[in-house]
Write a protein that binds this ligand. Structure first.
Ligand SMILES: Nc1ncnc2c1ncn2[C@@H]1O[C@H](COP(=O)(O)OP(=O)(O)O)[C@@H](O)[C@H]1O
Ligand SMILES: [Mg+2]
Length: 379
């Protein structure tokens, strides 16, 4: 580590030592950037970041260009000092990435980001690839909400097409009387309405594809959300049929998008069926368990893919459980008998992801018991 995150904008360039090491430019220096930066260290790879934050979590892992994500000059500067550029933040303008792509490889491909940024484009991609998904309706006007209720039934969930995360930009319409407030709350943005899925549980499938087209998938993780925010992830899920279906969806997406890097697909499990919810063209919170719980973490494999290094095995090394720490990190989280704490070093704020704890157990039952104990202690 060479500089603190508060170093003035762009002055870091002259201080980068001459080196033959590979350099990765990462757009975004939040906790995902931090975990990529920590994995990069073990590979002997240099990272530099672009982030508007004063002292973002990844600042300990490499120099930070403090600028807006759409600052064209800052993006170009990042690219000119990197062998490859990647992103941990999904709201980077796709056009800005496309410009960089002519100068330095940008992975995952900007076209994957274009699909993930718009729920409608994302759903059309799922349809194109025969990946089953919940019924949906495009909402351009207030009356479309009535039509959606007619077509899909109630409840339904209205979502902004763009910029939603951690359940933000969503409104559940349980009865016709909720349509007006839903429109009042979200009607200023482009919207989509989805059938409310009474799923058994949620899973995510994480896959990685190399430049040469090699694809590996991680074991499925079972995810619990609270208030739209990921609360726990446990892996592996012992459901071979679901595993096979999810892997085929992942392979379809990665191949179609000529993808390089890690991709996460969130799915609803309904009996023996999977319905695709959304995908993220990046490393993902539901894959944090892979740091301790898989032979190669999602972060290391993302770097391996974009740096054209051989991918590492994605098999689980035990039964992993991850509990997110949201809004506060209680003292008890620092003195657990079992469990690895990851403190991102962020300023506490309600609803903010500040850290997580991972446990590895010899059996799913032991893992579930430990996760329940940790949840009781820290949340
Ligand atoms: N159609 C739906 N039916 C039931 N639950 C849903 C539906 N859409 C979203 N949810 C719940 O809300 C969570 C967050 O929604 P998601 O679409 O994944 O948005 P975000 O981009 O905020 O993660 C999901 O993980 C799920 O628990
Ligand atoms: Mg989601």
């Amino acid at each position: 580590m060479r500089f603190a995150g508060t170093r003035p904008t762009r002055s870091w360039l002259t201080a980068i030592p001459a080196s033959n090491e590979m350099r990765v430019g990462i757009i975004g220096a939040g906790q995902l950037g931090q975990m990529l930066g920590l994995a990069a260290r073990t590979l002997g790879v240099e990272c530099c970041f672009l982030d508007p934050g004063e002292a973002p979590p990844a600042a300990d892992c490499g120099p930070v260009i403090h600028a807006a994500f759409d600052d064209a000059a800052a993006l170009a500067e990042l690219a000119s000092n990197a062998d490859v550029v990647t992103y941990e933040f999904e709201n980077v303008p796709v056009d800005a990435l496309r410009v960089l792509d002519g100068k330095v490889p940008v992975y995952p491909p900007p076209d994957a980001l274009r699909h993930a940024q718009d729920r409608l484009a994302e759903k059309r991609l799922f349809e194109h690839l025969d990946i089953p998904l919940p019924g949906y309706h495009v909402i351009d006007a207030r009356t479309d909400l009535d039509a959606a209720a007619d077509a899909l039934g109630l409840p339904l969930v209205v979502k902004t097409r763009r910029l939603g995360y951690d359940g933000k930009g969503q409104f559940v319409v349980r009865e016709r009387a909720d349509i007006e407030p839903a429109w009042d709350a979200l009607g200023g943005a482009a919207l989509i309405a989805e059938q409310w899925v009474t799923f058994d549980y949620e899973v995510s499938a994480i896959g990685v594809r190399s430049v040469a087209g090699e694809i590996l998938t991680y074991p499925l993780s079972r995810n619990v959300h609270r208030g739209g925010i990921l609360h726990t992830s446990c892996a592996p899920v012992e459901a071979p049929e679901l595993e096979r279906s999810a892997a085929s969806f992942i392979e379809g997406l990665l191949t179609h998008l000529d993808y390089v890097g890690v991709l996460a697909l969130e799915l609803f499990v309904c009996g023996d069926r999977l319905l695709a919810n959304e995908f993220a063209p990046r490393v993902h919170n539901s894959g944090h368990w892979t740091i301790e719980g898989a032979r190669t973490s999602q972060f290391e494999n993302h770097l391996r893919a974009i740096l054209q290094l051989p991918l590492g095995p994605t098999t689980a090394v035990g039964h992993a459980g991850m509990v997110n720490l949201i809004g506060t990190i209680p003292d008890a989280a620092r003195s657990l008998a079992k469990g690895q704490l990851h403190d991102y070093g962020k300023t506490p704020r309600p609803g903010r992801k500040l850290g997580h704890i991972t446990v590895i157990a010899d059996s799913a039952a032991d893992r579930d018991r430990l996760v329940a104990e940790i949840e009781q202690t820290v949340t």
